[in-house]
Design a protein around this ligand. Structure first.
Ligand code: APR
Length: 252
């Protein structure tokens, strides 16, 4: 049995032997669905730089660029289907092995793969709707997209005049309190924490693997590249996510 097979065998044994697992995902689980990640060699941050929350609020030009980028990346997301990695996670949730999927992703592919909403914790928000930053009114994206692409209109709230922003969390924006609390609870209640497809460099999200480990859980990191937290892990698999998780969860 070669090294990779031995590592996948070990992962499978850890999954079979745990009483409650948590899966933590990053953009790497969605690249096999055609959605680029951020820090791989051709990732999003190799071509552009993040728009921070205070820039979005203070500059109309930054808001215009943020909406342009959103509707551009949405083309990849709209065409994307869950891949074998998502389906493997969904099966582990269905079988009651995984209690929660803590995700940094905003692409909705965990939902689309069949993971129930109540088992998903979206730390960086959700790309499927927009919200007024002042009164929190929710807005559908289609009318905003039509006005933006056809008339270059930057959306403002029709009730309070506040700025409307996609419901994803930008750098410098406050994290969602409820999701952070749910993620903390799930992390402290698990005995196996599997971090999948994340470079583990963005905090506070990247803090959860260490919290799990410090709390006595086993930590697995599955990622093509080494991460800053590999030294904490009981098992590191530098392998492709879809085939690895698919084999570990018996999902094609
Ligand atoms: N199989 C295994 N690993 C993969 C695959 C794959 N098919 N595709 C990509 N990866 C790995 C890359 O090697 C990379 O280390 O997934 C990791 C993705 O890391 P990032 O691009 O940094 O994505 P993520 O960790 O989710 O970023 C966190 O940063 O920009 C913000 O808000 C954004 O939520 C995002 C956060």
């Amino acid at each position: 049995m070669d090294r990779h097979n031995a590592e996948i065998r070990r992962l499978k044994d850890m999954i079979d032997g745990c009483s409650r697992a948590v899966v933590f995902t990053g953009a790497g689980i969605s690249t096999e669905s055609g959605i680029p990640d951020f820090r791989s060699p051709n990732g999003i941050w190799s071509k552009t730089t993040p728009i921070y929350f205070d820039e979005f609020v203070s500059s109309e030009a930054a808001r215009r660029e943020a909406w342009r980028r959103k509707f551009h990346i949405d083309q990849d997301i709209d065409n994307a289907e869950p891949n074998r990695g998502h389906r493997a996670v969904a099966r582990l949730v269905r079988e009651g092995v995984v209690s929660a999927v803590i995700t940094q992703n905003i692409d909705g592919l965990h939902q689309l793969s069949g993971v129930p909403e109540e088992n998903i914790i979206e730390l960086h928000g959700n790309g499927t709707y927009a919200k007024c930053l002042t009164c929190a009114t929710r807005y559908d994206l289609e009318p905003i997209k039509k006005d933006f692409l056809e008339a270059d209109i930057i959306p403002e709230c029709r009730f309070c005049g506040g700025l409307i922003k996609g419901a994803t969390i930008s750098f410098g924006q406050a994290m969602p309190e409820d999701e952070m609390r749910r993620a903390q609870d799930a992390t402290l209640a698990c005995d196996l924490f599997i971090a999948i497809g994340s470079s583990l460099v963005v905090y506070p999200a990247a803090g959860f693997p260490a919290i799990a480990k410090e709390n006595g859980a086993q930590l697995v990191i599955l990622n093509r590249e080494p991460t800053d937290l590999d030294h904490l892990a009981d098992l590191v698999l530098n392998l492709e996510i879809g085939p690895t998780l698919g084999e570990a969860a018996n999902v094609n």
